[in-house]
Design a protein around this ligand. Sequence first.
Ligand code: DGL
Length: 375
Amino acid sequence: MTRPKTAFPSRRPAAMLVGALAVALAAASPALAQEASPQASQTQAAKKPNIVIIGTGGTIAGAGASSVNTGDYDSAKVAVEKIIAAVPEMKEVANVKGEQIFQIGSESYNDERMLKLAKRISELVKQPDVDAVMVTHGTDTIEETSYLLNLTLKTDKPVVIIGAMRPGTALSADGPLNLYNAAVVAASPESKGKGVLVVMNDEIHSARDVTKSNALKVETFKSLYGPLGVVVESKPYYYRLPARPHTTATEFDIDQITALPKVDVFYAHTSMDPTILKAITSNGSKALIYGGTGNGSVADYMEEPLKEVRKSGVIVVRATRTGSGQVVRNGEEKDDENDWIVTADQSPQKARLLTSLALTKTQDTKEIEKILYKY
Ligand code: DGL
């Protein structure tokens, strides 16, 4: 079902000419300004970028019982139109329109919901009157949704994902300024071609590198190698560029993807139950991301069960549970002998998505590992 086209101020030359005349008249005579103002504001509006803000829920749409509730609140309650109306300053930056696609805590995202969001964004960025798309999203899984978008959207238009760590009802709520800053970034020509961006706490992060590093803090979003830039006084400042292929430069096209091959994640710890891996061999999973300790290490009592997973036809990918760092092939494990794959620097949750995308292209373990190292 394609949704109706989003109506923004006209950019037709005739409309622009009428508006420009109105602006000239208004400047020449205050008395005329009154009559001219609708056209004048039309011209001003037509000059600003058109941004669609897709609401999906999360804390940015949350509400607490009192202004001092910053961690105890209901998430995914407030409609995107209301969130937009709470930040009228955005009108100075862009023409914005809201669209509600979900109203959920982002812990409840699944592949189907991520694909639905990605496909809607793909539809919107094809519209000539849409210059950028923003998404309000729960912070728990922003890093996964934005990573998938970064790998599969075929656009160089800015796509900016925003969340909040405190509900709008809280003292020092962070959502309104995050939303305004995201509009500043999405409206900036400098943001074109930089891949999907996550704007939180005055920082501009690449979807490839960003992760939520703390359960509650406003400064929770960190990037493996630092943010791409910052927003200061309504202006984005970029200091780095994404180093890996994204959006239009990848082999994955969201318009060609109908489903993501099932990939599970296992988180290693002391005293694991080896039988837990048995389920992986019979639940339809195509791959298992083994979030190992340290350099993706596999406990001695887990080696045979993990080899059985591979022998059952399920791809095995060694990742690290540490939160950063590359996993070294054939370092502490016999990857060649076991036909196991190692991640580059992806977290287990991001390795899951990239492995799933790789499986839409190949079942060859060497080719899959190349894809993990390419992106
Ligand atoms: N339920 C969490 C989520 O939707 C709340 C966290 C947040 O949005 O900041 O991700």
